[in-house]
Design a protein around this ligand. Structure first.
Ligand code: ATP
Ligand code: MG
Length: 456
């Protein structure tokens, strides 16, 4: 492979002259690792006379020997032309159309090369206005939304994300030094970093996400403007940030991503309440809980177990909730109502930044509200907690608090053991607690077993 230096790429920028073409014999991407459905799409486009490339994360991941999450295709065929080739195809997007070719559960996304100077808007589609000239009947006279591969490459974010695998001869086309950067595990923005972050501040979060996921270092020029521009995240729509937060924390590398967000001073703009609480944490238990919670989530993702934003946000917001309770309601951590009230206030404030949907904030509130009940192991109420629909999430969260040193580990061990017992053994255990947990002389008269169903 030709050895291309940084400066020769710099001189290419904006001109997009010729790509470095890495022939099949000189790279490691094998068709055996490309989804058969994506191959079908690529071949059919090629047979119809179009250019067809695999692009983006899939090429990057294959080069790195990782399994791609999904397969995106780029082509010079226009969306309507793509649709004509595939029965199972739907066009999406209000402005810039993308074709989704569906094969059962798998969707192969086919994007037409995008023209230069079509700035990405917040959903990474482009503003159509000014790029299309229509006649009085609304027919397209001239369309400069779509372009060539030479134009398409410059709108992409990082060099390693801007590689094109050509189905024609299985070569990799590289206009920006992405092959070299991927080999060196360097994440580098294409173009002037500050300008690219201003165009779309979410690229700062993407930088952190890819660095965490791929174990790449940010190039110093790519890293430098982030702390200064971090405040630009404040202007990003909260719904888009919710998507990004999920990608950051629910994809298997959340604890590393969290450290990077702190390092680059992005955390205070994404999760301001959390950042403030951690900065003022007197005993570090908040930081420990967040770390353990994110590590646990990463382990679950890697073991293919389910994860939910409800638990994630409970972990992320807990230090802020605890701090506010301790400041405004001393002793209130044991009070379900106080806890839920504060939980509501902290969640509402967070939502102005990151729009967590109600279907996640409701269970979050429940599991926070269960926490005081774990510390009351008195009588049959303890057994009723086992039947609570959110017991499992509440219990897992309580374990985290114990691990973080917030509550007595003996309490956690007790609940763990309780679950392993038979029903009669459980009853014996909680009855014995009844006596132990009560101050002497206040022993409650024992209700006879089975006389009436437990009130809930
Ligand atoms: P993942 O493995 O997480 O899917 P990906 O690189 O495929 O990573 P996507 O978000 O799926 O990331 O985007 C696909 C491609 O589109 C990227 O590789 C990049 O080239 C381009 N892209 C996506 N979002 C942006 C953005 N905000 N700015 C510039 N280019 C982007
Ligand atoms: Mg992708």
């Amino acid at each position: 492979m030709k050895n291309v230096t940084d400066s020769s790429y710099d001189s290419l920028q904006g001109n997009a002259l010729l790509p470095l073409v890495v022939p099949r014999a000189q790279h490691s991407i094998s068709r055996a690792h490309i989804s058969p459905n994506a191959l079908k799409v690529l071949y059919r486009l090629k047979e119809a006379g179009y250019q067809a490339f695999l692009v983006g994360g899939a090429v990057r991941d294959l080069l790195l020997g990782r399994e791609p999450k999904d397969f995106d295709v780029a082509t010079n065929a226009h969306p309507e032309q793509v649709r004509e080739l595939f029965r199972n195809c739907r066009l999406i997007g209000r402005r810039f159309h993308l074709a989704h070719v569906r094969f059962g559960m798998e969707i192969v996304e086919v994007a037409t090369f995008r023209a230069a100077h079509t700035p990405a808007d917040d959903d990474n589609s482009v503003e159509e206005l000014g790029h299309r000239v229509l006649d009085e009947r609304g027919r397209i006279l001239r369309d400069n939304l779509y372009g060539t591969i030479e134009e398409d490459v410059w709108r992409r974010d990082f060099t390693a994300n801007a590689l094109y695998y050509n189905i024609q001869d299985f070569s990799v086309w590289d206009y920006v030094g992405g092959v070299q950067d991927a080999a060196g595990r360097v994440l580098r923005l294409i173009g002037d970093p500050a300008t690219r972050y201003r165009e779309d501040p979410v690229r700062m979060l993407r930088a952190v996400r890819f660095a965490a996921k791929l174990d790449f270092e940010l190039h110093p020029d790519t890293a430098k403007p982030i702390p200064e521009l971090a405040r630009m995240l404040d202007g990003v729509p909260a719904a888009r940030l919710f998507d990004e937060v999920n990608k950051l924390f629910l994809a298997g590398d959340g604890s590393k991503a969290f450290e990077l967000l702190e390092h680059y001073q992005l955390l205070e703009h994404l999760l301001p309440e959390t950042a403030t609480a951690l900065a003022n944490d007197s005993d570090d238990s908040g930081a420990r809980l967040v770390k353990l919670g994110l590590q646990g989530t990463d382990e679950r993702v890697r073991a293919d177990k389910s994860v939910t934003p409800a638990f994630l946000f409970a972990v992320l917001l807990w230090p802020a909730i605890r701090r506010r309770v301790e400041r405004n309601h001393p002793g209130g951590l044991g009070d379900i109502q106080v806890l839920q009230q504060v939980c509501d206030a902290v969640t509402a404030k967070q939502q102005t930044r990151v729009a967590v949907p109600r279907r996640f904030t409701a269970p979050l509130r429940d599991l926070i509200g269960l926490q005081p009940r774990f510390e009351r192991r008195v009588g049959r109420r303890a057994l009723r907690l086992l039947e609570h629909p959110r017991f499992r999430a509440g219990y897992d969260f309580m374990l985290l608090r114990a691990q973080a040193g917030e509550i007595d580990p003996e309490i956690a061990a007790w609940w763990t053991r309780l679950q392993t017992l038979s029903q009669p053994e459980r009853e014996t255990l909680v009855d014995s607690m009844d006596g132990e947990a009560r101050p002497p002389g206040t022993r409650r008269r024992r209700r006879r077993r089975g006389r009436r169903p437990p009130a809930l």
